[in-house]
Design a protein around this ligand. Sequence first.
Ligand code: E4P
Length: 217
Amino acid sequence: MKFFLDTAEIDDIRELAASGLVDGVTTNPSLIMKSGRDIFEVTREICDVVDGPVSAEATALDYDGILREADKLYEISDQITLKVPLTVDGLKACKYFTSQGRMVNVTLCFSASQALLAAKAGATFISPFIGRHDDISQDGMALIEDIRVIYDNYDFSTQILVASIRHPLHVVDAARIGADVATIPPAVMHKLFKHPLTDNGLDAFLKDWEKTGQSIL
Ligand code: E4P
């Protein structure tokens, strides 16, 4: 399973990328707003820090407008994955760019039927927003299961990119189902490392080691 970071905070990206466990980054207009940075400047910086795909979202709603914005976003780097909304024009743009060999991430997916359309449009990634489903008392993870079955039935190459992740269990459940990618907020990524028994065990080992009076170096 690939791990993307779901943020435009360059310091967080730098810190976590140093772990060697980050395979890409996703951004959206809200994350760019939170970063307080210029979209081109920060996206370029992210591409310099991380090797894999970096999603940058088009904000135009019509096909021609998406194409115009895409030209500018794709110019930033070969790593750019254009994010388009799951609309008729978004999927039309998706089909156009993926047929040109470009990466496209279809975002704001909330149903299996939408995911099926994105795969037929040749999407590189489909982004089902599971946390927003959970927020309204619907089972976000059930959607991931449905999409996995449908994509496997037809050998679609579109990768399931689980988005709107809120906690570590979302990541574990997505991995159990066989999702291809999880895009994870930095705070949740940090939590993935943590277990109180790891901390307690480490503490006990270090105390005992000190009692031996030995040194490895
Ligand atoms: C990522 O691609 C999505 O835009 C993001 O995960 C949405 O997360 P949110 O529901 O926490 O805003």
